[in-house]
Ligand binder design. Structure first.
Ligand code: ATP
Ligand code: MG
Length: 460
């Protein structure tokens, strides 16, 4: 018997426990805490941002990759590192009731991208440039700029070892800020070197931190031997001065790592992108090496990182693939939009080009045919729809037309229709006279009228 989960079950006992207690049934349900509905008109800002990203990615020859939202838990434990905030306390992990698999709602997408690239042997003919957009899930304390379901857009270049790809990705992000009109974003840059360099630094760091045990919080003490580098990423103000004076990884880099870092810097310098070297920038995941970077702003309080990324040359191997280098970043959509809103640079809401006023339902067949013509010509058109008995008075229809934000009203009155015409009236430009257009040529007439209005509004 198929259930609504689409799985065949053989007995009542196998049935998933999805029933709701009787007493709770009449209560209105609300969204899960920290997971938000996205409603119009705000959703239009998201579409605007996504369109900008798609255009930009296409112009950089990055191609879209879509991976599942649910992945095996082991992917993140192996990929992100066991001693990380995400794996230790932020993952939505659960057991599949039907087959016992350990699953997790993806907290980030890089691990899934790498899994997909390996699974489909995508690097067989050379490196790949990819991007994604979508929801991620982390069980954090919800606050401004920090949610439990949030959204990332990310770009990854896999199979390329050279610093020029690190620079390409950083410049791509910087170009996106420019095209969005985002201000007050600064770039912070660091190099984490290679594992052997990190090991030498790690020993020095542990030695140093052991001399300051009294200042370390519980979490830091716990991480002192398992992941001391992450202590440098602490948000605890009481630990800042100790962390600031700690041995710097950058002083432990060998010749090749330094050369890579300098090559990235040289391209950024030549491209006029400014940055600050932040020796304490370590990033939240274990998988990074060499270049790491963040774009940060002071205008969003403590949720100031809008985009972060770096090189992760060992992750592909970690996830079971043939070793291959990679580099990428992810931006937080909510934070980017919040910053744009803060700056007043989100685009205004746009209504349809045309709102169809329908005095009598007998006109509906002509209305449908006419609007269809307009839409095939690329114009947007909204039809008045009845809200009860009849189509509603002209007054109430015009009120709806105004509220829709439409530029023009098309009035499908009986007398005009009998002459093969429709009346067009401006809703936003008081100077435009009411005129009749032949139905046979309505798209040309409407387009002309919109152009006239644009010219008038621009010169005003
Ligand atoms: P933070 O230090 O703020 O927790 P992070 O280092 O955990 O950030 P990353 O894993 O690097 O974040 O994710 C990349 C980007 O995704 C962040 O720079 C941020 O813009 C966004 N982001 C991360 N977690 C959240 C969240 N819970 N809610 C909203 N956006 C988030
Ligand atoms: Mg975090």
């Amino acid at each position: 018997m198929p259930t609504r989960h689409g799985t065949a079950v053989t007995s009542e006992n196998d049935k998933p426990q999805t029933s709701v207690p009787k007493s709770a049934k009449s209560q209105a349900l609300t969204a899960v805490k920290g997971m938000n509905d996205l409603l119009p008109p705000t959703s239009a800002h998201w579409e605007w941002l996504e369109d900008k990203v798609r255009g930009l990615m296409a112009r950089h020859a990055y191609r879209n990759l879509r991976t599942p939202i649910v992945e095996p838990t082991a992917l993140f434990v192996r990929g992100l590192g066991e001693v990380t905030d995400i794996v230790e306390k932020e993952m939505y992990s659960f057991e599949d009731r039907l087959n016992g698999e350990q699953l997790t709602l993806r907290p980030e997408a890089t691990a899934g991208v790498v899994r997909a690239v390996v699974e489909h042997n995508m690097l067989y003919d050379g490196g790949k440039r990819l991007y994604y957009m979508g929801p991620m899930f982390r069980h954090e304390r919800p606050q401004r700029g920090r949610y439990r379901q949030f959204h990332q857009i990310g770009a990854e270049a896999l199979g390329f070892p050279g610093a020029e790809v690190d620079a390409e990705l950083i410049l791509l992000a910087a170009t996106l800020w420019q095209e969005l009109g985002l201000q007050d974003v600064r770039l912070e840059l660091n190099s984490l070197g290679q594992p052997s360099e990190r090991a030498a630094h790690r020993a020095a760091l542990i030695g140093y931190l052991e001399q300051h045990l009294e200042v370390l919080d519980e979490e830091a003490k716990r991480r002192l031997h398992s992941n001391p580098l992450r202590i440098l990423d602490t948000k605890n103000p009481a630990m800042q001065s100790v962390v600031e004076a700690a041995p710097k990884l950058i002083d432990f880099l060998g010749e090749a790592s330094l050369a890579h870092f300098n090559a990235v810097r040289a391209i950024l310098d030549a491209s006029g992108v400014s940055y600050r070297i932040n020796p304490r920038l370590v990033r939240g995941m274990d998988y990074y090496n060499l270049t790491v970077f963040e774009f940060v702003t002071d205008r969003l309080g403590s949720q100031g990182t809008i985009c972060g990324g770096g090189r992760y040359d060992y992750l592909i191997e970690q996830v079971g693939g043939k070793p291959a280098p990679a580099v990428g970043w992810a931006l937080g959509v909510e934070r980017v939009l919040e910053l744009l809103k803060e700056q007043g640079s989100l685009p205004d809401a746009v209504g349809p080009d045309v709102y169809a006023i329908v005095p009598d339902a007998s006109a509906l067949p002509v209305v449908f045919a006419t609007l269809q013509t307009l839409r095939t010509q690329g114009l947007s058109a909204q039809m008045h729809a009845s809200a009860g008995e009849g189509m509603g008075s002209m007054k109430s229809q015009f009120k709806k037309a105004d509220a829709s934000g439409a530029r023009l009203a098309l009035i499908f009155g009986g007398d005009e229709l009998a002459r093969g015409e429709v009346t067009v009236k401006s809703l936003r430009d008081g100077q435009g006279a009411q005129i009749s257009l032949p139905l046979s040529d309505v798209a040309v007439g409407v387009t002309h009228r919109l152009a006239q209005e644009n010219a008038r509004l621009q010169s005003a």
